[in-house]
Design a protein around this ligand. Structure first.
Ligand SMILES: O=C(O)CCC(=O)C(=O)O
Length: 344
């Protein structure tokens, strides 16, 4: 009979003295009594072009370890793994390249501390009248701020920021906002099922990038409070492959001010919140311009609000055509609807 590996015998290896920035630690237990430690001294995914800061990312345990079958995916501890973080001074091309290669990238310095504080305060106002979810995907203990651009102005400039649009230009070409949503994961919330954002579109795989999502944390994102989880490399999986229990799930541990960019084909989901405080983040999700967006912004954002928005944001909210004329209104460009009749 094989004996289970005793939890007390785990050795915690401190790597700080080796290479604090570039060192990562990955532990996996293969079979029951063998501990395998890989020390990644120079993380190859950090681009040499000089990222501005680094955000750690953790391998986490998405489900309880099955008795007698230890795998990396069932590992009961969170262990540090350095994740590539780029600077907001990077070019759209460089960020897009990283995004296409890895399926995700964290960019630091996307919001000022003051911007974060304002956004937090204004979304707190909206959350006071926001209900919790109606199913396990939305999260029964999670509040979702839909129709975001009808309710707050704090994301107007961010949704049209030059770096973000530069990345979208590269990856999607012609695009629109699809799902802008504030997501406040409450204490006790369970982990959301892993999913792909582009799976809602019945387009046979493999296909061109259809969706790019960005997650903007307004609280510290930690493994404990429900930071977004994802499976690295899953954007390149063969058609039809589903997550398995031993697929490593990483956690986007990051600070407010950063943004996580991820492809719609990356398997991901919100984490469980095991703390006593909520975790607030905002997703600004974009889709190719020829697709139907998840939210119908032209109905969700009242016309007298839409009329006052910057033109590029109006376009991203649906007052635009996909050339040559997908999305016309009465044979004309939809922006005419906003300018034609102020009482409309
Ligand atoms: O809240 C998160 O971290 C991710 C949520 C998500 O992926 C979703 O609701 O589609």
């Amino acid at each position: 009979m094989r004996r289970a590996f005793p939890a007390q015998a785990l050795v915690i290896v401190w790597l700080g003295s080796l290479a604090p920035a570039d060192a990562g630690l990955f532990l996996a237990l293969r079979r029951q009594r063998r501990l395998v430690i890989w020390v990644l001294l120079h993380n190859p995914i950090i681009p040499p072009s000089g990222p501005g800061g680094r955000v750690s990312c953790r391998l986490t345990c998405p489900r309880p370890a099955p008795k007698g079958a230890w795998t990396a995916g069932a590992w009961p501890l969170s262990l540090g793994l350095v994740m590539a973080t780029m600077s907001a001074a990077s070019s759209g091309q460089d960020v897009a390249r990283q995004l296409m290669d890895d399926g995700y990238v964290v960019v630091a310095g996307m919001m000022t501390p003051e911007g974060v504080q304002n956004a937090r305060a204004d979304l707190d106002r909206v959350l006071r009248t926001t209900r919790t979810g109606r199913n396990s995907f939305e999260g029964f203990d999670t509040q979702r701020i839909y129709a975001l651009f009808a309710k707050t102005r704090v994301f107007d400039a961010l949704a049209t920021g030059p770096l973000l649009l530069g990345v979208l230009d590269q990856v999607l070409g012609h695009y629109q906002l699809s799902a802008p949503v504030g997501i406040c994961i409450g204490p006790g919330e369970k982990a959301q099922v892993l999913h792909r954002d582009d799976a809602i579109y019945p387009v046979p795989e493999p296909h061109q990038p259809l969706v790019v999502n960005t997650m903007w944390p307004l609280d510290e994102f930690t493994a404990e409070n429900g930071a977004t989880r994802f499976i690295p490399g899953s954007h390149q999986w063969e058609p039809g492959r589903q997550p398995a229990p031993d697929d490593p799930v990483e956690t986007a541990v990051m600070s407010p001010g950063s943004a996580l960019f991820y492809l719609g084909s990356l398997w991901h989901g919100g984490g469980a919140n095991q703390t006593l405080r909520p975790r607030l983040g905002v997703i600004l999700e974009y889709a190719a311009g020829w697709l139907r967006p998840q939210e119908n912004h032209c109905l969700a954002v009242p016309r007298d609000i839409a009329r006052e928005l910057p033109e590029r944001l109006q376009e991203l909210l649906g007052y635009n055509i996909y050339p040559p004329f997908v999305g016309y209104v009465d044979g004309r460009h939809p922006r005419r609807v906003l300018s034609a009749d102020p009482s409309g």
